[in-house]
Ligand binder design. Structure first.
Ligand SMILES: [Fe+2]
Length: 157
């Protein structure tokens, strides 16, 4: 059954398509953060190992929330790695993990890219069709990414 929340079918689909791309971005960033947790090296290994674990756990929760917001709109959430890679705005990274600053910088750029995507691509659409639930959801999500990016920046300041 479709949600009866005074949103046209076309608008529900348009918003859900944007959210499925956001879901892909979150999943790629979750994976990249966990990849960093596994392979980071250096004298501060344990500090960064634990820090990345904190962030990938937070991102795992975000992934789940984005997928469930898509379901709230009555649309199926994407859930295969192939689908995620087809629509993500982010690039996977096969870094050799010898340069800590480079690893952290790549994660910062991904968080910032997600914030920009929310502000410039998603919110104009959700505002345009008065999808206040999604606007509120992604606004808070942008704030979470800004906080995660700040914590990463503090390591390379
Ligand atoms: Fe672990």
């Amino acid at each position: 059954m479709k949600p009866n929340i005074d949103l046209a079918d076309a608008d529900l689909k348009k918003v859900a398509t944007l959210l499925n791309a956001l879901l892909a971005d979150e999943y790629v960033l979750y994976t990249k953060t966990q990849h960093s947790h596994w392979n980071i090296q250096g004298p501060n290994f344990m500090e960064l190992h634990k820090f990345f674990e904190m962030q990938y756990n937070q991102l795992a929760h975000v992934v789940d929330e984005v997928a469930e917001r898509i379901r709230v709109l009555g649309v199926l959430a994407k859930g295969t790695l192939k689908d995620f890679l087809a629509v993500t705005h982010l690039k996977e990274d096969s870094s050799d993990f010898t340069d800590q600053k480079k690893i952290i910088q790549a994660l910062i750029e991904d968080h910032e890219a997600i914030v920009r995507n929310i502000r410039t691509d998603i919110i104009p659409v959700t505002d345009g069709c008065k999808d206040i639930g999604t606007t509120d959801f992604v606004t808070k999500l942008a704030g979470q990414h800004e906080t995660m990016a700040w914590m990463l920046r503090a390591y390379v300041a």
